[in-house]
Design a protein around this ligand. Structure first.
Ligand code: ADP
Length: 257
């Protein structure tokens, strides 16, 4: 695998390297599509360590993470879950969108996120000590608007944290160019559209234009889709289902590209 492309946005690499040395759990905060997953892929690559990613959703339980008994032929055998595997082999476990997971997940990781660094496997009645290289990383979308789950202070304070935000325009243009080989003039126009929509806070969008959406639009344009259509389907439609808002944003973006 080649080195994952990641454009630094601040002092996150420095902070992460030290947290990794100390094996302090690390929380990546920020809206969707701001490079959190790409960042951790890059860090795992650079630190030459395995990364296990779990995309948490409302059904994700501690059993999914720790492991379960399964029936194989006439036998019942134990199967380690991804958290147990990471704890044993010393990988980075990345819990993407940790606040979405069921509360028992938070309980399960508690003893791993303090000085004990151990995992209790209740179904086996065992406690295992984490490998020296094990590290827990999680992402969380603070979502200042409705519809997002909170993370309790008692959980948050077990992590060192870094906030990811939409990159500065110049950086975002570079990201679009690197990700899609698109012409710089088109990349600039896409970033201008993104910035403009982000500033329209009165629209009350749950989430606004992420770098991911702009990258998608750039990819479609690069493969020959007309520019305006690419912006409509990749940037505007994913943002909202409100027909009036969609139309207003289409009119706006058509003037800009
Ligand atoms: P998140 O995990 O925050 O939802 P991702 O890491 O999946 O977001 O980023 C979404 C996409 O946006 C990536 O696939 C990449 O194309 C692009 N991207 C966003 N930020 C960066 C960055 N700082 N460096 C490189 N690519 C980025």
């Amino acid at each position: 695998m080649s080195i994952p492309y990641y454009h630094t946005i601040g002092k996150e690499i420095q902070a992460f390297e030290h947290a990794y040395t100390c094996k302090i759990p690390f929380l990546l905060k920020g809206p969707t599509g701001t490079g959190k997953s790409r960042f951790i892929e890059r860090m795992a690559y650079v630190l030459n360590t395995k990364l296990i990613t779990i995309s948490c959703h409302e059904e994700t339980s501690s059993t999914d993470l720790i492991g379960r008994f399964i029936i194989k032929g006439a036998e019942t055998i134990w199967l380690d879950g991804p958290l147990t595997t990471a704890v044993k082999e010393g990988s980075i476990l990345y819990l993407d969108e940790i606040a979405e997971a069921r509360p028992d997940v938070i309980v399960a990781i508690h003893s791993l996120t303090d000085h004990r660094r151990e995992l209790f496997i209740d179904k086996l009645g065992q406690t295992i000590k984490a490998h020296k290289d094990f590290m827990l990383v999680a992402s969380f979308n603070p979502g200042y608007q409705r519809g997002f789950k909170e993370l309790k202070p008692s959980t948050r304070q077990r992590f060192v944290a870094f906030s990811f935000a939409y990159p500065a325009a110049k950086v975002e243009v570079e990201i679009l160019e690197s990700e899609t080989q698109i012409d710089v003039s088109i990349a600039k126009k896409l970033v201008n559209i993104g910035t403009k929509i982000r500033n329209l806070t009165e629209l009350g969008l749950t989430e606004t234009v992420s770098t991911r959406l702009l990258v998608d639009a750039a990819k479609l344009i690069h493969t020959g889709l007309p520019k305006r259509l690419a912006v409509h389907v990749a940037v505007i439609e994913p943002l909202t289902d409100d027909l009036e808002v969609i139309q207003a944003l289409k009119d706006l973006s058509d003037l800009m590209i």
